[in-house]
Design a protein. Structure first.
Length: 351
């Protein structure tokens, strides 16, 4: 499935149905009168966040969404039916952005099942029966239905993840996420093997959290260099970031500063998020070189460095233990000692 995190669409709610002009013409009834019914309300435009979607690719092929209009009124005081609401399903984490400046957030859908009426359909017009009075017994006026609302908007997807993975190209991020999740991210010995964000679920110490891997950053990414910083929005909601540094790089301290500067240039609070520095690929060098680079990174401003190997899994437990400290406490259901829930065949455990 192709990954698409931005899309422009046109949306329009339904127009209200017009009211009817009608008069009773029934045999054996001495007096007739107006009996035109009211028009029905136009359909609303509703956005709904649904689980199981992680791309906006559907909106590349369908870009116009128009809710049905209300049905016109008719004789015998029959009101028109309301137009059916149009529900647009989007992934959790989708923002609705104004087309005028592409910055103003009109709606932010952050929870599965969240459902918001974005555009309201027009009201139906009044039929001539509603104008009847003691002095106006044969009214011929009626109302047309109100026009619906319409606008162009941008959809912008920000993936929901607990932990974000950042670093220069070839820092080993894809190997890292493949090691601790079931993700099958592409791995290659050239830059930018990752061209779109990857999500994976990590299970560690009876806990689960979602890890997001984004394409590598290079100097000048905030100005559009390389793939640029467009994918940094997918880690804005993360609680903690893991900064992966390649020990085989030309200068790990410089790699640290490059990514830090790009996060600061991007803004939106990324530079204020807690970060864990992981020195990767330690299986390819000797222990003395690892110690030397750790000292250089601390001198460059890093407080705590976790030496790891994404290929072998060495040092992963210590790093993931540190990640869990930044996550919300797990909810534990306490049970009386020695008791189990009905139908639970597993041995009792306090965790």
């Amino acid at each position: 499935m192709h990954f698409l995190d931005q899309a422009k669409i046109y949306i329009r709610s339904g127009q209200g149905g017009p009211g009817a002009v009608s008069f009773r013409r029934e045999k054996y009834i001495e007096y007739g009168g107006p009996d035109g019914g009211n028009g029905g309300k136009g359909g609303d435009i509703i956005f709904e966040a649904v689980a199981g979607l992680n791309t906006l690719i559907d909106f590349r092929y369908t870009q116009h969404f128009k809710a049905p209009r209300g049905v016109h009124g008719s004789g015998k005081d029959r009101n028109g039916a309301a137009g059916k609401d149009l529900v647009i399903k989007v992934p959790v984490g989708t923002q609705i952005i104004s087309d005028e400046d592409r910055e103003t957030v009109l709606l932010d859908l952050t929870e599965a099942g969240q459902r918001v009426t974005f555009l309201h359909g027009g009201l139906g017009g009044r039929g001539n029966a509603s104008y009847k009075t003691s002095t106006n017994r044969a009214p011929r006026q009626h109302q047309p239905g109100e026009m619906g609302e319409e606008m162009y908007v941008w959809l912008r997807l920000k993936l929901l993840a607990d932990v974000g993975l950042v670093g220069l190209p070839n820092a080993g991020k894809s190997t890292f996420i493949n090691q601790i999740t079931n993700t099958k991210a592409k791995v290659g010995d050239y830059a930018f093997t990752t061209l779109k964000p990857q999500l994976g679920v990590v299970r560690h110490r009876n806990r689960e959290f979602v890890l997001a891997d984004i394409p590598g950053l290079i100097a000048g990414a905030a100005d559009g260099a390389g793939i640029g910083d467009r994918f940094l929005g997918h880690i804005e909601r993360c609680r903690v970031l893991i900064h992966l540094i390649d020990i085989n790089g030309t200068d790990p301290a410089e790699a640290l500063h490059i990514v830090e500067e790009e996060l600061e240039a991007y803004g939106n609070g990324l530079d204020e998020k807690p970060r864990l520095i992981a020195l990767n690929k330690i299986d390819t060098v000797d222990a003395e070189l690892v110690k030397m680079f750790i000292k250089e990174l601390k001198a460059a401003g890093a407080k705590k460095i976790y030496p790891i190997s994404g290929a072998t899994g060495k040092g992963m437990d210590a790093l993931l233990d540190a990640v869990i400290e930044y996550l919300p406490a797990a909810t534990v259901t306490e049970r009386p000692s020695g008791e189990q829930e009905e139908g639970d065949d597993r041995p009792w455990s306090p965790i």
